[in-house]
Design a protein around this ligand. Structure first.
Ligand code: GLY
Length: 359
C-alpha cells in the first residue's frame, strides 16, 4: 500500500492518491468514507460495470453507465451526465465518482468541473493508462468534431483510488497501451524529478517479464513510481506552461499517427512508443544524444514486444503536426531526449523538420 499526496500550492489544495492491491470488495467503503456521508453518483464504464458492479455494490439508482470507447467522450454524453446529476439534485458539496478508464475519468471530471461551477470529484482508474496518467493531475475534457480534448478544464479531484487488481481483467492490448505511457516515464524520470533515484529504465529492463505478466507486487511499485513522477511535474506546473510539457514525450508523432489512422487502428500507447522511437531518431540527427543511448532505449522498448506500425510519407504527418493543438505560431514542438532519462523541448518549422527526417 502506498499513499501519495498531490499538493497544488497555487490553489492551496492537497489530495490523496491511494495505491494498493487489496481486494476490490473493500473499495466501496473506502470511497464512501472519503465522501463523508454526502450524496454521490457513480459514472461507470460499461465493461467495468459488467465485471465489478456486484462486488462494488453501489445503489443502482445512483449509477450512470457509459459505453466503452473514445467516441463516447462526446458532447451528447457530457450533457446526459449533467442531466443525470441534476435529476439526482446533487449539491456542490456532493460527489461525482468516476470508475473506469481515461474516457470515463475525463468526461465525468469535466461534468464535475462545470456542474454548479465545480462539484467534488473522485477518480477510480481501472486501466493502466488511467492509473499512471489521466487520473492524476486534473486534466479533464471531452472531444468535439473539431478534435480531441478541445473542450476541457484543469480540475483536480478530491481523491484518486488506484487498485491494481483491476488490471487482471484488462485485455493485453489495453494493458500494453498503458505500458506505453509507463515506459515513457523511464525516459523522462530525471526531468520530472532530478532527485529521483528509482532508475525506472533499469527497473523496466530488469522486470519486463513480470511487468508483462501483470505481477501485482511489481506493478504496484511501478505504478507508484510513475504516479510520484507525475505528481512532481503537476505540482510544479499544473497548467502546462512549462515543465508539464515533458509528459508529451513521444506524443507529437503519436497524435499524428492516431489522426492518420482515424484513432481506430492502433492504441494510444502503441503510438506513443512509435513517437518515442521517432524522437530518439531526431535527437541522434540533432547530435543531442549518441547512438549508444539510442540503442539502450531501443533495447528496453524491444523487450515489450510492440509491433511496428505502418509508416507514412513525412509530408503527411508533418502537415498534421502543424495543426496539433500543442503547435505554436508556425512551430512544431517536440520533447527530445538529451541525456539518460532526461528530455527537453525543441521547436521546428515544418520545413526544418522535413529536412531533418529526410537527412
Ligand atoms: N497526459 C499528460 C498530462 O497530464 O499532462
Amino acid at each position: 500500500m502506498n499513499n501519495l499526496e498531490v499538493n497544488i500550492k497555487s490553489k492551496n489544495k492537497t489530495y490523496p492518491i491511494y495505491i494498493d492491491n487489496h481486494d476490490i470488495s473493500g473499495l466501496k467503503n473506502k470511497i464512501l468514507k472519503e465522501c463523508n456521508g454526502k450524496n454521490f453518483v457513480v459514472i461507470f464504464n460499461q465493461k467495468v460495470y459488467k465485471l465489478y458492479s456486484k462486488i462494488l455494490d453501489f445503489p443502482k439508482d445512483k449509477i450512470f453507465v457509459l459505453k466503452d470507447g473514445e467516441k463516447e467522450k462526446n458532447q451528447k454524453n457530457y450533457l446526459k451526465i449533467l442531466d443525470f446529476v441534476l435529476s439526482k439534485k446533487l449539491k456542490r458539496e456532493d460527489y461525482i465518482i468516476a470508475i473506469g478508464g481515461g474516457v470515463v475519468g475525463d468526461i465525468a471530471g469535466f461534468a464535475a468541473s462545470t456542474y454548479m461551477r465545480g462539484i467534488n470529484f473522485i477518480q477510480v482508474p481501472t486501466t493502466l493508462l488511467a492509473m499512471t496518467d489521466s487520473s492524476v493531475g486534473g486534466k479533464v475534457a471531452i472531444n468535439t468534431k473539431y478534435g480531441k480534448n478541445l473542450v476541457g478544464a484543469f480540475y483536480q479531484p478530491k481523491a484518486v483510488f488506484i487498485n491494481t487488481n483491476f488490471l487482471k481483467s484488462l485485455d493485453l492490448n489495453q494493458y500494453k497501451s498503458g505500458l506505453g505511457e509507463v515506459i515513457k516515464y523511464g525516459f523522462i524520470e530525471k526531468s520530472c524529478n532530478p532527485d529521483s533515484e528509482v532508475n525506472l529504465l533499469n527497473f523496466l529492463n530488469e522486470n519486463y517479464e513480470k511487468i508483462l505478466n501483470k505481477d501485482s507486487y511489481i506493478m504496484e511499485k511501478l505504478i507508484s513510481a510513475c504516479v510520484e513522477l507525475k505528481i512532481k511535474v503537476v505540482e510544479n506546473d499544473e497548467k502546462e506552461s512549462g515543465l508539464r510539457k515533458i509528459l508529451n514525450y513521444g506524443h507529437t508523432y503519436a497524435h499524428a499517427v492516431e489522426k492518420l489512422t482515424n484513432y481506430t487502428k492502433y492504441t494510444h500507447g502503441e503510438c506513443v512508443i512509435e513517437g518515442i522511437k521517432f524522437a530518439l531518431n531526431l535527437s541522434v540527427k540533432q547530435n543531442l544524444i549518441d547512438k549508444e543511448y539510442q540503442f539502450l532505449c531501443s533495447d528496453i522498448i524491444q523487450k515489450f514486444n510492440y509491433k511496428p506500425l505502418m509508416t507514412f510519407p513525412a509530408q503527411k504527418y508533418i502537415q498534421i503536426m502543424t495543426t496539433d493543438k500543442k503547435a505554436t505560431a508556425n512551430h512544431i514542438n517536440f520533447i527530445l531526449p538529451t541525456q539518460y532519462a532526461q528530455v527537453q523541448e525543441y521547436k521546428f518549422t515544418a520545413e526544418e523538420l522535413l529536412n531533418l527526417v529526410q537527412k
